[in-house]
Design a protein around this ligand. Structure first.
Ligand code: NAI
Ligand SMILES: CC(C)c1ccc(C(=O)O)c(O)c1O
Length: 259
């Protein structure tokens, strides 16, 4: 792992929940949070990937690390996640809503099921997890909520309309929650990446190269983002030093949208 601007162990003793932690951006965020000394609850759908990551982070960083397997678009499942996180790690200081991704299609090629799946994965996971963890943050007068949105909401990237409906909801939730909970010292922000170098992008470059190239062509830096580049923005917003930043959608996007 590359060295980071913040010192190793700087968040020692804090507790974070990362959804979508099993792979991609969520896994990298979890690795960077472990570097800061945060005790972690890793949540996703995949037992095998989470169990392996939990073992790696525990041995590498000496943190308390637990994992939870379940569909976080389901309210009762998220209530169980909340119970497990509090029981195993204590009150949660940081919530990273990274679960998401999914179906990228021309709007009229979506089915009712793919649209529902897209909203479930990208919006309902954020709604239920935030409802579960923000009350404790309010009562403790401290908290950091960081969501993963999408720069495509801002530039209308091809085949992203259905996905943007969900991610646009995440952006909207961010501003409303930020205002509602600012008085309690709880900040709520969203990091909105452009295309990131993940297996999904590689799949698009292989299977639909012309479409994938459109995702890259909107980026002045001329390349997809790296996992660490996205994760670093999330970690910054999780720091106590980020106390005066709230209600923001921070595009980490190589310049693909500006202002
Ligand atoms: N990869 C990219 O280029 C971009 C990604 N994003 C967003 O960043 C986040 C992470 O992206 P990637 O790492 O590329 O995605 P990914 O698809 O590799 O990982 C997302 C994770 O979320 C989990 N997940 C999805 N729905 C879930 C549910 N209902 N319950 C529990 N877990 C669930 C999946 O199992 C998966 O492990 C997503 O929210 C995505 O929409 C935003 C912009 C660009
Ligand atoms: C790689 C996936 C399809 C992707 C590409 C670009 C954006 C964006 O610019 O916002 C996304 O949100 C994606 O999920």
């Amino acid at each position: 792992m590359r060295a980071h601007a913040w010192s190793k162990g700087c968040l020692q003793g804090q507790v974070a929940v990362v959804t979508g932690a099993a792979q991609g951006i969520g896994r990298t965020i979890s690795e960077q949070l472990a570097y800061t000394g945060v005790n972690l609850m890793l949540a996703d759908l995949s037992e095998e990937k989470l169990d392996k990551l939990r073992g790696e982070l525990t041995s590498e960083y000496g943190i308390d690390c637990a994992h939870f397997v379940g569909d976080l678009s389901n309210e009762s499942t998220v209530k169980e996640l909340g119970h497990r996180a509090r029981a195993e790690l204590g009150p949660v200081d940081i919530l990273v809503n990274c679960a998401g991704g999914g179906v990228i299609l021309p709007f009229l090629e979506h089915t009712a099921e793919t649209l529902k799946q897209t909203v479930d994965r990208n919006l309902w996971t954020v709604i239920w997890c935030t409802r579960e963890f923000i009350p404790d943050m309010r009562d403790r007068k401290y908290g950091r909520v960081i969501n993963l949105g999408a720069d495509s909401v801002r530039n209308g990237l091809p085949d992203h309309a259905g996905y943007n409906a969900a991610k646009g909801g995440v952006h909207g939730l961010t501003t409303g929650l930020a205002r509602e909970f600012a008085r309690y010292g709880v900040t709520v922000n969203t990091v909105a990446p452009c295309a990131v170098a993940t297996p999904q992008l590689a799949h698009f470059l292989e299977s639909q190269p012309e479409l994938a190239q459109k995702f890259i062509d909107v980026i002045p830096l001329g390349r997809a983002g790296e996992l660490d580049e996205i994760a670093s923005a999330v970690i910054y917003l999780a720091l106590p030093e980020a106390s005066f930043i709230t209600g923001q959608v921070l595009s980490v996007n190589g310049g693909s949208t500006m202002l």
